[in-house]
Design a protein around this ligand. Structure first.
Ligand SMILES: *Cc1c(COP(=O)(O)O)cnc(C)c1O
Length: 396
């Protein structure tokens, strides 16, 4: 018999009843150190007092009004995002997938308005993840995501990751946009080198193609800058943001330049819940905290400490780990064993991590993780790796 909850997830037999900072308490009272943050969502930790206060205050005032009215909380968050980024304008969504949908629509509408109505091709990269809508799976194109869901939306072309010659050969006057994660998350914490991002930006300038950056996972302070593309010194035309921006409340945003957004006039797009007062009040508080230069410097400093610990971990478990990669507090441990086994060993040591593609274990701790918790995380990961080694040697 099918479970009452549609069984689309491979769930661990764990359920949590309370969260505080970097810690989650399970039903049996066990405390787990959370290095997954709901997959980069709880950027400021669980039950962050500032966010609880903002949510409670706003909840007592106003949750939802229709977008047929002005929404001052939405205007305030848009003002903040425009002030702190390349963007001239913002549309709010409830998830990352919805930002992919609008980014695609916006790019196509841009060329339609230019009179180039058949300029619809969007270049994406192998290993990409942009969400689970029919458009977003067509964009990513991997067998695992699209199989059985055809016919797929046409107009996407996946390029090999890290092959700039293939990219230069593919981009041209038919390219409407290039859509890329500065750091692939689901793809295995694969960082696109700054020089490749700059080369993509230059090729977009040359051909007129719009650059869409998917910063749903790597944005909002995760890398130690407010947005990951800042490291490369470039700006996109359109940017997708979600996950961390709501600190745990479902919120996403598409940021765009005035030029890229030119086709999105009244009636061309919408959302019932997108940009509701509750979500936007929380988003503004998250942004206020995370965009503080001192907060971002702290993320960088703690990332350095964690990185050092992890390099040592890899060195002491050469049969389990291969390398550390990533940027800031978006870290991948490339494994020599199945990452799912390490996630399981982590549960036994009461530490939560997330598996990703390319044989990688993901660490996405709250940006507020403390030095003491970093040391504790290293100890627990070491114990988890030792567990794997014991299992391997006992099965010989
Ligand atoms: C999670 C994610 C998405 C999809 O976001 P949802 O909120 O799950 O719809 C899109 N792009 C990237 C890079 C992501 O990590």
């Amino acid at each position: 018999m099918i479970p009452h909850v549609l069984p689309t997830y491979n769930r661990a037999p764990l359920a949590f009843v309370k969260g505080e900072g970097t810690w989650l308490t399970a039903e049996d009272g066990t405390r787990y150190l959370d290095l997954g943050s709901g997959i980069a969502v709880n950027a400021l930790g669980h039950a962050n007092p500032a966010l609880v206060a903002t949510l409670t205050e706003q909840a007592n005032r106003l949750w939802h009004v229709s977008n047929v009215y002005r929404v001052p909380e939405q205007e305030h968050l848009a003002d903040l995002l425009v002030a702190k980024t390349f963007a001239d304008t913002v549309f709010f969504t409830n998830s990352g997938t919805e930002t992919a949908e609008l980014a695609i629509k916006m790019a196509r509408k841009y060329w339609y308005e230019q009179g180039e109505t058949d300029r619809i091709e969007i270049l994406t990269f192998e290993g990409a993840f942009h969400g689970r809508s029919t458009g977003a799976i067509a964009a990513a194109g991997s067998e695992k995501m699209v199989k059985g869901f055809g016919p797929l939306m046409p107009g996407f072309r996946q390029l090999p990751w890290g092959d700039m010659d293939a990219f230069e050969a593919a981009i041209g006057p038919q390219t409407a946009a290039v859509m890329v994660e500065p750091i692939q998350g689901e793809g295995g914490i694969r960082v696109m080198p700054d020089e490749d991002l700059r080369q993509i930006r230059t090729a977009c300038e040359r051909t007129g193609a719009l650059l869409i950056l998917d910063e749903v996972q790597c944005g909002v302070g995760r890398t130690g800058r407010l947005f990951a593309h800042e490291w490369a010194g470039i700006t996109p035309d359109i940017m997708m943001v979600a996950k961390g921006i709501g600190g745990g409340f479902p919120l996403g945003a598409v940021l765009a330049t005035e030029k890229a957004a030119a086709g999105m006039t009244a009636g061309t797009h919408g959302s019932t819940y997108g940009g509701n007062p509750l979500g936007c009040a929380i988003g503004a508080k998250v942004l206020e905290i995370v965009s503080d230069p001192e907060f971002l410097a702290e993320v960088g400093r703690k990332a350095g400490l964690l990185r050092q610990r992890l390099e040592a971990l890899v060195a002491s478990h050469p049969a389990v780990f291969e390398a550390v990669r990533g940027q800031g507090l978006m870290i991948g441990l490339k494994c020599k064993v199945a990452p799912a086994d390490l996630v399981g060993a982590g549960y036994a040591e009461h530490i939560l991590t997330v598996a990703a593609a390319d044989n990688t274990l993901r660490l996405l701790p709250p940006l507020t993780i403390t030095e003491g918790e970093i040391a504790e995380a290293a100890r627990r990961l070491d114990a988890a790796a030792a567990r794997i080694e014991r299992t391997a040697s006992s099965s010989l």
